[in-house]
Design a protein around this ligand. Structure first.
Ligand code: PXG
Length: 460
């Protein structure tokens, strides 16, 4: 049935009866009913009640070229007609997968010439774990098993992805992390800075990696993985000193550096990949989301020459892969998407135009009585909601200030995420300056409404 053939209530009842949503308290949602999204265009969504919503989260950090791009739609339709599926397992390949591999190598930093395709970011990170350990095996150092990650990182929801991630709620369910994964603290200045200047703190936070390597024993450490900017963790933008120091430490101990570019890739930070914005040279890059702008699922791992040469020249068979590794329809859409990003000059646009515009808009929101800190990097931004601006003292946890603000966004036609006391956005890269103004006006209205709640309820 098409959306118009059922009422919102009917959709909600069927949803509650049959659909288990990801990261959702099923009982609470069934009581409230889902919001049913029925169509989209540009940076806007419409729900089943006809409400127009500004999607400042690009779906889920992925619709980089915005909704309704005909080139992507045509690419999918054409490929489905010609060859909807063939695998890449038994010494076969399809033209879209080959062409996308070629184009990915072209837009990636120069050390990347090869790609391993997966179906999602989580699968990509499972591949990372398999590949990193295989690399050290081939080199005769099988004791190098440990991968170091960070608390409050998000690397997906498969067993390996959730283990690499540093979300304590996820680790509490299902006996995670799997063996051989260790975590250090995150480079979040507000929580961990302890009075240091930001740049000084960046160095201190990076050196937590060195301490961890020494505790584990450098001969046992295989790799370090991190998101250039932690997305799901609340748009945690590290100090400029952080990644170069991480790079220095990885080089010193010879351990592989993995950049999880699932959110930061494909223009989000104002360069093709976040590692370029933050000045590091990873050996592997996980990607997903923006590679197809979310129109169809696709993920994978860019494999740098250091690892690729060992796997190819010395490795024999790599016993790993997915049915949908190199799915022709997904790859055809990926190709059309990357070509469109180039054609529209979206990466440069984020760097030179809409990125700086967002930074200015967020700087102006810093004046708001609830905002203790406002940060932006390319087209991702975060507002820290505080009880006291001078000390950055937080609201008591039970107030749930982020969720209060998010409720106002929901009611006012704006999708903005709350991560604890951080309100975050990552709009489509096609957003215009006028639309950034419109979004900023909406955000300010929601902050005002939240402040009114704070005053009425006496939360300060
Ligand atoms: N790495 C990073 C950095 C991600 O952000 C994944 C891996 C996993 O990708 P898949 O395609 O398997 O979901 C992600 C996904 C949130 C949220 O709440 C973020 C993601 C997924 C779901 C929710 O911000 N990022």
């Amino acid at each position: 049935m098409t959306p118009s053939t059922r009422t919102t209530r009917q959709w909600q009842d069927a949803d509650a009866a049959h659909f288990l949503h990801p990261f959702t308290n099923f009982q609470a949602l069934a009581k409230k009913g889902s919001r049913i999204i029925t169509r989209a265009e540009g940076i806007y969504l419409w729900d089943s009640e006809g409400h127009k919503i500004l999607d400042a989260m690009s779906g889920l950090w992925c619709v980089n070229v915005g909704y309704g791009q005909q080139a992507l739609i045509d690419a999918a339709a054409r490929q489905m007609k010609e060859l909807p599926f063939y695998n890449a397992f038994f010494q076969t390949a399809t033209p879209p997968a080959i062409e996308l591999a070629e184009l990915l190598a072209e837009v990636s930093p120069p050390q990347f010439k090869h790609v391993f395709f997966a179906g999602s970011g989580s699968e990509g990170n499972d591949t990372v774990v398999r590949m990193v350990r295989r690399y050290w095996d081939i080199l005769g150092q099988p004791e190098r098993q440990v991968i170091i990650s960070r608390h409050n990182a998000y690397h997906g929801s498969t067993m390996a992805g959730a283990s690499l991630g540093g979300m304590s709620g996820m680790h509490a369910q299902g006996g995670l992390p799997i063996p051989g994964i260790e975590h250090i603290n995150q480079p979040y200045w507000v929580e961990n800075g302890h009075g240091l200047g930001r740049d000084e703190f960046g160095l201190v936070a990076a050196r937590w990696l060195e301490e961890k390597i020494r505790i584990i024993g450098p001969e046992k450490v295989a790799a370090f993985i991190g998101e250039p900017v932690q997305g799901a963790g609340g748009v945690i933008i590290p100090p400029a000193t952080y990644w170069p120091e991480i790079q220095r430490i990885c080089d010193k101990y010879g351990i592989l550096l993995v950049s999880d570019e699932v959110i930061c890739g494909f223009g989000r930070t104002g360069r093709w990949f976040g590692c370029e914005t933050f000045g590091m040279k990873p050996d592997l890059m996980t990607f997903a989301k923006g590679v197809t702008s979310g129109y169809v699922p696709l993920g994978g791992v860019m494999v740098g020459e250091r690892v690729a040469r060992v796997l190819i020249d010395q490795g024999g068979e790599f016993e790993h892969g997915y049915t949908y590794s190199g799915h022709p329809v997904a790859c055809a859409v990926g190709l059309a998407n990357l070509r469109l990003i180039r054609e529209l000059g979206l990466v440069e646009r984020v760097h030179d135009d809409v990125g700086p515009c967002l930074a200015e808009a967020f700087a102006s929101l810093r004046e708001h009585p609830l905002v203790g800190d406002a940060e932006a990097c390319g087209l991702m931004g975060a507002l820290l909601l505080v009880r006291d601006k001078a000390s950055l003292a937080p609201f008591p946890h039970q107030v749930g200030i982020g969720m209060v603000c998010r409720g106002h966004c929901f009611a006012n036609g704006l999708i903005m995420r709350a991560v604890g006391n951080r309100m975050i956005i990552a709009p489509p890269l096609v957003i215009t300056r006028t639309q950034i103004d419109e979004m900023t006006t909406l955000i300010r209205r929601c902050l005002d409404l939240t402040l009114a709640d704070v005053q009425r309820e006496g939360w300060r």
